[in-house]
Design a protein around this ligand. Sequence first.
Ligand code: NDP
Length: 264
Amino acid sequence: MKKLFAIFGNPVSHSRSPLMHNSVFKNLNYKACYTRVHLKDGTKLKETFFNLGLSGANITVPHKEEAYKACDEIRGFASKVGVVNTIINENGKLIGYNTDADGFMFAIKEFGDIKNILILGAGGTAKALSARFLQDNIKVSVINRSEGRLSYFKEIGCECFSWNTFRPKKYDLVVNTTSAGLKDEELPAPKEIIDSILENTNFVADAIYGKLTPFLKLAKNKNITFKDGADMLLGQGVLANELFVNSELNKEKIYKEMKKSFIL
Ligand code: NDP
């Protein structure tokens, strides 16, 4: 029987995940299909998952923390951060994982030795990345629009700023994990803050993919080496697909087929 997988998000129409996973399933002859679900109310995740008869799913903005709550069991790195981007139906139980953080580590390999990172945003992605960076002894600073969301980051040992308290230092890498620029033309913070940040970093990355965000445009104008979220997407997707197929497919082959889907 064909298995069905999906991505849940709001918005979700921009997601390349169906293309990525279906390329793997089709080209490696795995009997499965992957679709997208526009989920407005995150608390309906579990109910919708089972109503659709899914074998597994990915979760994107803004439901990753709600996905953590919906799971019966959390495995691996996700339990450290309380954020889930991949769920598997294991005999009627929802098992939650996080593949974003390792996907991002894969994406920034080409920047070489990174010791000091500034994260813009304090949502689910920021949580996963900051905990993963700290695990590798990278110094992490976080700046977010709302101060209330910073307490998690303070607790785990990040230096935290709101827009009002921000003082830039020297960074090896600045990462935009806000959704500013995803469906609008906004910068992740007021222009003067972004300018001061870009004057103090060697590299820039954005979690958003498929478009040059206003943040990346500014980095490009200042001749800073930058990358969008495509490699992060690929990295997390390969790891999620491995979970979906329960290691029945070879990881190198999954990587190869999924990468091909990026030129479609
Ligand atoms: P969350 O909803 O959990 O967090 C969103 C964050 O963005 C919050 O810190 C929020 O600040 C901030 N924010 C939203 N709008 C603005 C704005 N206009 N100005 C400044 N800050 C803003 O989202 P996620 O962490 O799940 O995802 C964040 C982004 O990362 C999304 O664009 C998503 O598509 C992308 N992503 C890409 C991946 C990839 O594979 N490439 C993987 C995962 C995510 P506040 O607290 O003040 O509301």
